[in-house]
Design a protein. Structure first.
Length: 393
């Protein structure tokens, strides 16, 4: 088949700036390159880091780039925003979409796959496009969504990253065209290792410390504030330490936002027990996870899937998380899942339970390593392409 992939325009493909969606696109493009399944063109924002990237030499994957950063593009966006109000997305995404549309014009594809952008379906269908597939990574399409009926009816397939997201889409209409395809990661990169590029001493921990790791974006919805409150409650336990791994938005290393600054202020009284690493390149994340004894990922919102959950499990870390969105689908039965009501109290109890019981930690680690095999990137890519080939009932 001849397929076009339309990204939302925030980060480039290949995923040189990171991004969960972008890494998943890289996974299935790499699989397509190896297996020579389809002729795929991906439309992506331009970034100078993609220059000479080996992925661009593929015979079956093709890359079309949209300039969103040059002075000309910035002026173009401003002019566009002046004449176009109240569209589906903000002017940045709308400008990017129109640039894609200009490149799509007069090209024939068997399918257009829209990566996490249901608003594109509404606009493309209005312009006569058929055979639209939505790959939905977040809860962006449900009975409360703007133009939900029109969007739903314009799509021939809706691939969701969890049953939680699938059930939210089904509030519009139950249909066999909605299918869950679980995300995957590179299990080889995250598998437990005997050696690492870094050690505890390098970042300020000792071998006797009981290190908790939080990994992911640092914002209110991820429960970082509640986790710091938990450490404040555990102040009498000298060796319980916390490593907060990440930044506010992917490769945002230059500037801290107000939330991160407020978290550091909150942690000042126990700054010897909490380390903020800042942004860590994705290829180094496994080495940092290896330093921890357990992972705590206390999401406060309805997490659609939770790749950081899978990464912690693949590293062999006993895990504590919350009953949020699609998280139980990933780790129910192999992790400690706590309710978000009275979260700090629940986290204190769960952390102390694992702190005091080494054998329980070993058992949870072993069970996590077995469970995580369901979320390998090869399984994800095979299921993804199988769903494309499957006819609707």
């Amino acid at each position: 088949m001849k397929i076009a992939i339309l990204t939302c325009g925030m980060l480039p493909i290949p995923a040189v700036q990171g991004g969960a969606v972008e890494n998943l696109i890289d996974f299935y493009l790499d699989y397509n390159d190896r297996m020579k399944l389809h002729d795929i063109t991906v439309y992506s924002p331009w970034d100078p880091k993609v220059t000479n990237h080996p992925a661009l030499s593929s015979e079956v994957n093709h890359y079309q780039y949209i300039d969103v950063t040059s002075l000309k593009a910035r002026i173009g966006r401003k002019i566009y925003s002046y004449f176009h109000h109240h569209e589906y997305y903000n002017y940045f995404i709308e400008y990017y979409f129109e640039k894609i549309y200009a490149k799509l014009n007069n090209k024939e594809y068997d399918y257009l796959i829209l990566e996490n952008c249901p608003g594109y379906a509404y606009k493309l269908h209005q312009r006569g496009y058929q055979k639209l597939i939505l790959h939905l990574h977040n809860e962006l399409l449900n009975s409360k969504t703007r133009y939900h009926d029109e969007i739903f009816n314009s799509l021939v397939k809706i691939l969701t990253v969890s049953d939680y997201v699938k059930d939210r889409v089904a509030t519009i209409q139950t249909s066999s065209k909605i299918q869950t395809i679980y995300n995957g990661i590179d299990l080889m990169k995250f598998s437990p290792k005997k050696t690492s590029h870094i050690n505890r001493k390098t970042i300020g921990f000792s071998k006797n410390d009981f290190v908790i790791v939080y990994s992911g974006r640092i914002n209110k919805e991820k429960g970082v504030s509640e986790l710091i409150d938990t450490l404040l409650r555990l102040i009498d336990y000298q060796h319980i330490k916390l490593m907060i791994l990440g930044s506010s938005f992917f490769e945002n290393t230059k500037n801290e936002d107000d939330f991160i600054r407020s978290m550091k202020d909150k942690a000042k009284s126990i700054e010897d027990k909490i380390i903020f690493t800042g942004f860590i390149p994705y290829n180094l994340v496994p080495d940092y996870l290896q330093l921890a004894d357990i992972a705590v990922l206390p999401s406060m919102w309805e997490e659609p899937f939770g790749l950081t959950i899978v990464e912690a499990m693949a590293t062999g870390l006993p895990l504590i998380s919350t009953r949020s969105g699609g998280i139980p689908e990933i780790c129910e039965g192999v992790a400690t899942i706590v309710d978000r009501d009275n979260l700090v109290e629940n986290l204190v109890s769960a952390i102390l339970d694992l702190y005091k019981h080494l054998e329980k930690r070993k058992q949870m680690a072993a069970e996590a390593l077995e469970r995580v095999k369901l979320f390998d990137k090869e399984t994800f890519t095979k299921n993804f392409f199988a769903a494309l080939d499957k006819d609707n009932d």
